[in-house]
Design a protein around this ligand. Sequence first.
Ligand SMILES: [Zn+2]
Length: 87
Amino acid sequence: MTHPGEMSCAEFQAHLPELIGSGQDMSNHPHLRECELCRALLADLQTIADAARQLFPQEEPPAEIWDKIESALKSEDGKEESLPKSK
Ligand SMILES: [Zn+2]
């Protein structure tokens, strides 16, 4: 039995860079409410994102920041899968 709206960590993490990039509030995300692991991961990524904003206060963080976040996610996951680039 699967619960509606429930997603796996891999699915959630695949969407993390765009969720962070969009700047939306994720504190009420159903996956985060149930998953300690992804909460910790998100905190790490937000630290990176905050650092990027301090480095580039006048501009959007460059795309390579999100590439680094994606790389970090892949290394956390331990497998190399290429995420589809959405522009
Ligand atoms: Zn999770």
